[in-house]
Design a protein around this ligand. Structure first.
Ligand SMILES: *Cc1c(COP(=O)(O)O)cnc(C)c1O
Length: 427
């Protein structure tokens, strides 16, 4: 494939935007090539500046569950666009959105809208700290919760890819209020509770982690976490920015049957526009201003344009959709497994519904951060580049997942599997 226009565009953007991109992983640094610049998307496909066509396996990191340029979302947005974009004042569509979220997510009784996943997690831990009058937050290594200061510690994906486990600019005083445990290790959490009695405000976790590649929690682990939080009067926060509305209507909490005190949401909830949310028990949520003492606000929060886009997606979530996503994803998964076997590649696949990662590793399982870092990143880079040349757009990092959309055709699925085989053979 010829990427001339993308290469030229990147050269220019690098002089204007730090690293040429507005979010680090887009720069393709960990796969050793220049990023592709896109012109437009349509259904399952993306088209770059040079006119190359790709099957999109990222879906803008999750949101586009109905593919690109979805007609229903477009028409909802235009309907609201005619009436303006934002009033900085209450609208009915915000209550419609809240009602829908409360209906879908089992543990949410009240919900506050924000503008990104990062904002949701930052606000959620402020609320947890305010509500419990405690300072410490416990997070898991390899989990990513956005770029808030408190979270940039063993933070997965972007930070992991670039080898920046901690970021300069995060003060020691902030960092010391975040303590770390190992994902899927009940003992490591239990130990932290013993070491820090009555100090942990909240445990925050990606119940299905997507930011060290796809890694699911074990069910007994999540049940154990719930119990430990209850015993220690700490709040349990599920960061479902990725897993929410993707794994099922009610997210990971519905699948596992384990309910958190606070849930953070993002990605799919905006239908492709910038939206985040956090919600939970009324008693906790009412601790927020103007009812309660914990302050959190947003000029554009809940703006009708973003709400209309989000609702256009949430209103279409039903069992049929998740069955379709499962059936498409399963075909790809099985095709890849066969290819791995036939090419004698040392690799394994983790998949939860329509989230999936192919790990190049000699391990026979990836259950946590330490397992994930055994992967062969050079191999992933070669694989990525080969898939790109074949017209399949994968996440440009071993530590991210594929997000499969519901609009793949049989032909798309066949092409993804065929390209995978060709690429595994060539690396
Ligand atoms: C993407 C992500 C975030 C951050 O969301 P942004 O909208 O990028 O700020 C937080 N938590 C998880 C689990 C995510 O996947």
């Amino acid at each position: 494939m010829i990427y001339n226009k993308s290469i030229k565009a990147f050269k220019e953007s690098r002089g204007l935007i730090p690293g040429g991109v507005n979010s680090p992983v887009r720069a393709f640094k960990s796969v050793n090539c220049d990023p592709v610049f896109f012109d437009y998307g349509d259904g399952s496909k993306l088209y770059d500046l040079d006119g190359n066509e790709y099957i999109d396996c990222i879906s803008s990191w999750g949101p586009l569950i109905f593919g690109h340029a979805d007609k229903i979302t477009q028409s909802k947005i235009s309907e609201y666009l005619r009436k303006g974009t934002t009033y900085g004042a209450p609208t009915i569509i915000e209550s419609e959105m809240a009602k829908k979220i409360i209906e879908l997510v089992p543990s949410i009784e009240k919900v506050r809208m924000v503008n990104s996943g990062t904002e949701a997690t930052m606000s959620a831990i402020r609320l947890a700290r305010g509500y419990t009058s405690r300072n410490l937050i416990l997070k898991f290594s390899g989990n990513y919760h956005g770029h808030g200061d408190s979270f940039l510690i063993k933070a997965g994906s972007g930070a992991m890819t670039l080898g920046l486990p901690d970021s300069p600019g995060v003060t020691k005083n902030t960092a010391k209020d975040t303590i770390i445990a190992d994902f899927n290790s009940f003992e490591s959490v239990s130990e932290q509770f013993k070491k820090n009695p009555e100090k942990i405000a909240a445990v925050i976790i990606e119940p299905v982690a997507g930011n060290m590649g796809l890694v699911e929690s074990r069910k007994d682990f999540l049940i154990g976490l719930r119990r430990l939080c209850d015993e220690n009067k700490s709040l349990l926060i599920f960061d479902e920015v990725m897993s929410g509305f993707r794994l099922s209507k009610g997210g990971a909490q519905e699948l596992y049957g384990v309910l958190p005190d606070i849930t953070t949401l993002g990605k799919i909830i905006g239908g492709g526009l910038p939206v985040g949310a956090y919600g939970g028990k009324s008693e906790i949520m009412d601790y927020l201003a103007p009812n309660g003492p914990v302050y959190q606000a947003g000029t554009l929060s809940g703006n009708p344009l973003a709400m209309s886009a989000g609702l256009s997606v949430l209103n279409r979530l039903n069992d049929e959709l998740y069955e379709k996503l499962e059936s498409i994803s399963k075909k790809i998964h099985e095709g890849f497994l066969q290819n791995i076997h036939e090419t004698g590649t040392n690799a394994i696949i983790n998949r939860a519904g329509s989230m999936m990662t192919l790990f190049f590793t000699d391990n026979n399982k990836i259950e946590n951060y330490n397992d994930a870092i055994t992967c062969n990143l050079e191999k992933y880079a070669k694989y990525f580049k080969s898939m790109l040349d074949e017209g399949v757009y994968l996440p440009p990092s071993q530590f991210e997942c594929m997000f499969i959309s519901s609009v793949y055709s049989e032909k798309d699925i066949d092409k993804i599997i065929y390209s995978n085989k060709k690429s595994l053979q060539s690396i």
